[in-house]
Ligand binder design. Structure first.
Ligand SMILES: [Zn+2]
Ligand SMILES: [Zn+2]
Length: 336
């Protein structure tokens, strides 16, 4: 673990004291490796200053999985409670394709997802983030297959048999190579047709921009928040993947970039992090990482932007906020 190494100095780095005055409600964290076990991953996340964390429960690019070490998982769960890391998020393997028209891959994906949910339960995971899958050109029935698959998986694992009832979060996609779920309406349709209270949404900021939703300005972010609320209901969004995008608006290419250095930019992230309805949603980095210094720098940038409350107080109290029972930020919550 190299988490004790000092982060590279960055001109954008805020004073260290800044994070201490963050509102309680803002929870930021990072995707961390489970090499060496889950408990070690929690220590690692803690050393990075995370309040939430995400892991793969096994190699994301293979089907095979070593059995979970239950002792390690229980220890990690206790540690998370001790150090206050919550929610705990698992990202499903990328090979799972619930939209596939190929019968063998489709069945294998259903088995793999059910297995992943069992592992999530054993780990005490709050959320399992899933890319629902992709279709070949001209195929229009991908959503039908995704709905059927999710129904089968959630029936296989009825919540009464579980300790933790991990929620499945459908992640919006960039729309690259036939990916289902680039439009919020697609995710809304899947959720509506599956009709399970164990489903929600993970909003990836890079994928949002790549799919054609402008999140580079406060006005753009407000428009996108309304689009999400119409399509899936904002209360369904349980996690945000905070990633800048190497490519521009509507590119349909999924390439993550460090916060502030991509096409969303610092202004876009400031608008996302200070939006009164988004700032309460846990945010996890999936930005490029060659060492812990990258995560430390990106986490600092997120906290600094979240603490710059100028946009929060400038936002009008919209009907959307009233609907969600929120009022203007109180003086107590205002920062800097
Ligand atoms: Zn993501
Ligand atoms: Zn991505």
């Amino acid at each position: 673990m190299t988490s004790r190494s000092k982060p590279a100095r960055s001109g954008a780095a805020p004073p260290a004291t800044r994070s201490a005055i963050l509102p309680e409600s803002i929870r930021v964290g990072a995707h961390v490796s489970i090499a060496g076990g889950l408990a070690k991953a929690v220590y690692h996340a803690r050393a990075l200053g995370c309040h939430t964390m995400q892991v793969f429960s096994k190699s994301p690019r293979g089907w095979a999985a070593r059995p979970l070490d239950q002792k390690d998982a229980d220890r990690a769960l206790r540690l998370r409670h001790e150090v206050g890391i919550s929610p705990f998020i698992v990202h499903a393997p990328y090979l799972i394709n619930l939209a596939s028209a190929h019968p063998a891959l489709y069945e294998k994906s259903i088995v793999a997802l059910a297995d992943e949910l069992d592992r999530c339960d054993a780990m005490g995971a709050d959320f399992l983030v899933l890319h629902v899958g992709s279709v070949q050109a001209e195929q229009t029935d991908g959503i039908d297959r995704v709905v059927e698959a999710l129904k089968r998986v959630l029936e296989h694992q009825p919540s009464r048999s579980l300790r933790f009832s991990t929620m499945v979060l459908l992640e919006n996609t960039a729309g690259e190579r036939g990916e289902v779920g680039a439009r919020f309406e697609e995710l809304g349709e899947i959720m509506h047709r599956v009709g399970s209270d164990r489903m929600g949404v993970c909003l990836d900021t890079c994928h949002t921009l790549a799919a054609g939703y402008d999140v580079t300005t406060p006005v753009g972010v407000e428009t996108v928040v309304r689009a999400i609320d119409r399509a899936v209901g904002l209360s369904s969004v349980k996690v945000i993947h905070a990633n800048d995008s190497k490519k521009g608006l509507g590119c349909r290419v999924d390439r993550h970039q460090h916060i502030g250095l991509g096409e969303i930019g610092l202004n876009g992230f400031r608008a996302l992090l200070t939006h009164p309805l988004l700032r309460r949603i846990p945010m996890v980095l999936e930005t490029p990482k060659t060492s812990d210094a990258d995560d430390l720098r990106n986490l600092r940038t997120l906290r600094r932007l979240a603490a710059s409350a100028s946009h929060v107080t400038d936002f009008p109290l919209t009907r959307l906020q009233e609907k969600h029972g929120q009022r203007r930020e109180s003086q107590r919550d205002r920062i800097g």
